[in-house]
Design a protein around this ligand. Structure first.
Ligand SMILES: [Zn+2]
Length: 298
């Protein structure tokens, strides 16, 4: 900001004078007067300065000429500028301080905003994470529930009283029901499943073990009574895997293949006794009650 403008802003007549071109002229004039002041000029200027100092009450009529007025205004302006320099400086410093403070506030506000945004983002992420965890937990629960349901269904199926399983695997039939021969006192009362010694023997259906002991020509024998009253016999076993009173399900091990009792080789001699009575042919019983063909089942 130039001194001229500062002066002009403060003293309106000066502005008016510069608009007519007198301002430029008066500037030259002022420099000349400053460099070579005479006593009369100083007196005249003092008067003009006095008039200009009371700028509020300034009027053209109180001045001798426009030239004089301009000079006075310029000088007064210079004087005003000098006089108010410290004030202006103070104002500028204050303004700068204010600006700095404002800037600090802006920075602070900006930092607060950024922090707030970061917090919001963190919150959003946390919510998302929580939701994801909840979903995972929900899925895990659903999976566990499905698994538990499946296990319950499997257990129910496994424990079904009507489910059947063939008693041994990897066997072949060596003697059928009713067959005659020198090995038996009467006709053959069961079905023979030849398999290596130690082969696992399972209960054909769910039932309760009612006998597990040595039985003469049958060797080691286990009897299982099923829910419909039918009793199945497992004979010539090398070992017992159950005790009397135990509940077994289809496929549960009752013993192992052996050749105890009256036998020429390791096999399971299997008998079926409806209602615990006389033995019947196991072949049709297995087919009708269990849907198992003993020649192809295992
Ligand atoms: Zn037999």
């Amino acid at each position: 900001m130039s001194q001229h403008r500062a002066a002009g802003d403060r003293v309106t007549p000066g502005n008016a004078a510069r608009k007519t071109g007198a301002g430029r002229h008066s500037a030259k004039h002022r420099v000349a007067r400053r460099s070579t002041p005479s006593s009369t000029q100083i007196v005249g200027l003092t008067a003009a300065l006095a008039a200009a100092a009371g700028a509020v009450g300034f009027s053209h009529s109180s001045l001798a000429s426009p030239t004089q007025a301009n000079s006075a205004v310029n000088l007064a302006a210079a004087s005003l500028d000098n006089g108010s320099l410290s004030g202006i400086t103070t104002a500028r410093i204050q303004a700068r301080q204010l600006a700095t403070r404002d800037s600090s506030r802006v920075q602070l506000a900006d930092t607060t905003k950024k922090q707030s945004a970061a917090n919001k983002l963190a919150q959003a992420r946390q919510i998302k994470l929580d939701a994801s965890r909840a979903l995972t937990a929900k899925r895990a629960t659903a999976l566990a529930l499905a698994k538990a349901k499946q296990e319950a269904a499997d257990k129910l199926a496994r424990e079904s009283a009507t489910r059947c399983e063939i008693m041994v695997t990897g066997y072949h039939i060596t003697a059928t029901f009713g067959q005659g021969g020198s090995r038996w006192a009467h006709n053959h009362t069961g079905l023979d499943f030849a398999a290596p010694i130690g082969t696992r023997i399972g209960a054909v259906m769910k039932g309760v073990v009612i006998f597990a002991d040595w039985a003469g020509p049958y060797g080691r024998q286990v009897q299982v009574r099923h829910e419909d009253g039918t009793v199945t016999w497992y004979n010539h076993m090398s070992k017992f895997s159950v005790e009397v009173g135990e509940t077994v399900y289809a496929g549960d091990e009752v013993g192992r293949v052996g050749m105890t009792g009256n036998t020429t080789g390791p096999h399971l001699h299997f008998e079926v006794h409806p209602d615990g009575g006389a033995a019947i042919d196991p072949d049709p019983w297995l087919r009708n009650h269990c849907g198992l063909n003993p020649y192809t089942a295992g």
